[in-house]
Ligand binder design. Structure first.
Ligand code: F6R
Length: 369
């Protein structure tokens, strides 16, 4: 049941530290090496993979987009992420050296299932990342890596998203271990960082009063934009999707670098914009690029709602509101950065008197194409 929470969604948001911890559990041996017992794909086949295609829909596809950044970085294998229904009805280049990763909470999404069948017909191996035991997608795949998020009841996906990212990261690290693209101590370090995430997610949950208060004050808002770069880009898309489906508000996620190529024309006085700011300790000037983006939209009147690391004071001059997340390596940041966005959507929809567990027109699993 709801365990004292006002909705299943609220409960499931609060289950997220467990969803990540349980998905990590039991997946290393005594020497700290990753062992993915359920992954019954021949190691020789996995060594030969020259392309990975993630197929999924909705939130699961955003988890795939996050994973792309990590898997390419660790494994040096090109990763494409494609909506399952688009993959199925074009003529994708897929062969025996392609690893298709199908991501699905329910394991019953027909669009994703059809993509799995299509990929296997072309000779690809398919690994499913699925939450629901005994569902169809794992049965029709070559192997399955279960997410251990527990049953997700609310229509909008939350804890499954975090668990999907976690499982996809384990798959990426496993491939890096197998193919020797990362040293064992580097892999061990990422695993250590991953194991620290549940406690960090808990801290975001414990400090969420501010985001709830702002959400309630914005119940009359008609449009919200979300900006992110790198792994923050799919997080922005996910934040927008949550707001659309729960609060029926027009919302769009953009890659922050794309602003000046069009979307900045949308910015007018008072337009609310969430910005997901990467860690200032990360590489590649990501942080300073996003700070300039906030500056640009603020100068044009945007009302900026900024998600930034604790201690990142560079955001303060340009932020109307700041929501803090704990310091985290860049690749793992989505596991904390998305949480305030989930809470924002849930609280705003509740303030509008909507049923967050059962948004209109939506079903928990979409078993038709
Ligand atoms: C978003 C949402 C949907 C699902 C999508 C895929 O909150 O719930 O976008 O993520 O329909 O569903 P699964 O993961 O069951 O394949």
């Amino acid at each position: 049941e709801k365990g004292g929470f006002s909705s299943f969604m609220d409960k499931e948001i609060h289950d997220q530290p467990h969803a990540v911890a349980d998905t990590l559990l039991g997946r290393t041996d005594l020497q700290g090496r990753l062992v993915l017992d359920e992954l019954h794909v021949d190691e020789a086949v996995l060594r030969q993979v020259d392309k990975i295609i993630v197929v999924a829909c909705g939130t699961a596809a955003y988890a795939g987009q996050v994973a792309k950044y990590a898997i390419e970085h660790w494994c040096r294998i090109p990763v494409e992420v494609e909506l399952a229904h688009e993959f199925r009805y074009r003529d994708p280049v897929v062969n025996a050296r392609t690893l298709v990763v199908a991501v699905s909470q329910s394991g019953e999404t027909m669009d994703t299932l059809m993509a799995v069948r299509h990929a296997r017909e072309q000779g690809a191996k398919v690994v499913a990342i699925v939450n629901t035991h005994g569902s169809t997608i794992p049965r029709e795949s070559d192997a399955v890596l279960y997410t251990h998020a527990g049953p997700e009841v609310a229509v909008a996906s939350t804890k499954a998203f975090l668990a999907q990212i976690t499982a996809a990261y384990l798959l990426g690290l496993y491939l890096a271990q197998l193919r020797g693209t990362k040293f064992p101590d580097e892999i061990a370090e990422v695993l250590e960082d991953l194991r620290a995430m549940p406690e960090k997610i808990q801290r975001v949950l414990d400090g969420a009063d501010h985001v709830r208060e702002i959400a309630r004050s914005m119940a009359g808002t008609r449009s919200v934009l979300f900006l992110g770069r790198h792994v923050g880009y799919p997080v922005a898309m996910e934040g927008a999707l949550k707001l659309k489906e729960l609060a029926y508000i027009h919302a769009e996620g953009f890659a922050a670098g794309e602003l000046k190529h069009g979307p900045i024309a949308l910015i007018e006085e008072g337009q609310p914009v969430f910005v997901i700011v990467p860690s200032p300790r990360g590489r590649d000037q990501l942080h300073s690029k996003v700070i300039s983006n906030i500056q640009e939209i603020r100068a044009r009147g945007a009302h900026t709602l900024v998600i930034a690391e604790e201690g990142d004071d560079a955001v303060l001059p340009y932020a109307d509101e700041v929501f803090r997340v704990p310091q985290t390596p860049t690749l793992l940041a989505p596991l904390v950065a998305v949480v305030p966005l989930q809470i924002f959507a849930c609280e705003l929809a509740t303030a509008k008197g909507l049923d967050v567990d059962q948004p209109r027109n939506l079903a928990k699993s979409v078993t038709v194409e």
